[in-house]
Design a protein around this ligand. Structure first.
Ligand SMILES: [Fe+2]
Ligand SMILES: [Fe+2]
Length: 263
């Protein structure tokens, strides 16, 4: 028996949320996924996720949201993260923080676990190992029938090596955080579907979703700027993956890049 998952990359601000509202119905029609997941670490004003926007994304039909380094931006969501019915993860390898590092979903009567991890290369160094954290969570009872990982990391080498390390023990590993979709969607030797980065769901005419003029100013001056979210037409970066419960292998992984109609 197989099931399918649609995983969308970092949703950036209001334009990103509205891009999901515009494009997800068509994706559902086209792919008919059994499970819909997304990274939402930038969903509120480009940094973090507030409870209102969590509710909004849930109502659009997203089953669970993973996150990353920006999840700590809003106190209101931090207070919610431990609630069992709040389907939002923070990376599991934060050493001593509130919240859940993984979520279990029931899909076709089976347990599907989504584990959220964060990288340490060119990121915060004082985090637990994503490799050993995966080892611990993948066997945490009750044992899952299939495992999906969002690895929120900067370095492609760390993403690739984590995917290779867990090849055959997770059925899908998606990279997030860099907001640029990579052209390497593939099925690894022992059956794990993998892409280094999904890309983002946010404004196309921007720097990774932020107003490009502000980011350029930062490069020119070296001074810190508070970035605002860009505007205009949006891109949506995602993968669609089918997974076989019996063989524990991904059977298809297809990258998706769609654009909203509005320019
Ligand atoms: Fe992000
Ligand atoms: Fe991030």
């Amino acid at each position: 028996m197989t099931f399918s998952v649609l995983y969308m990359g970092d949703i950036v601000g209001e334009p990103g949320r509205e891009a999901v509202a515009e494009l997800l119905p068509g994706l559902k029609k086209q792919y008919d996924p059994d499970l819909i997941l997304a990274n939402a670490e930038n969903a509120t004003h480009g940094q973090g996720l507030n409870p209102q926007h969590y509710q909004y994304l849930k109502k659009l039909g997203i089953d669970g949201l993973s996150s990353g380094d920006h999840i700590w931006r809003y106190d209101e969501i931090i207070a919610e993260l431990d609630k069992p019915d709040v389907m939002v993860t923070r990376p599991a390898n934060y050493p001593g923080s509130p919240g859940k590092g993984y979520l279990d979903f029931v899909v076709k009567g089976k347990r599907v676990r989504m584990i959220n991890l964060i990288g340490r290369v060119f990121m915060q160094a004082n985090l637990d190992s994503p490799f050993f954290t995966f080892d611990r969570l993948v066997t945490e009872p009750p044992a899952p029938d299939a495992v999906i990982v969002d690895f929120h990391a900067e370095a492609t080498s760390e993403k690739r090596c984590l995917a290779e390390y867990i090849d055959g023990r997770a059925q899908l590993v998606v990279g997030t955080h860099t907001h640029v979709p990579t052209a390497d969607a593939q099925i690894l030797a022992s059956g794990t579907g993998f892409i280094s980065d999904l890309g983002m769901t946010g404004p196309r005419d921007s720097s990774l979703g932020a107003d490009k003029r502000e980011v350029i100013k930062n490069f020119l001056t070296g001074m810190p700027w508070r970035y605002t979210v860009g505007a205009g037409q949006c891109e949506l970066g995602a993968v669609f993956c089918t997974i076989d419960f019996e063989s524990k292998r991904a059977t298809r992984i297809e990258p998706i890049r769609q654009f909203t109609a509005s320019v």
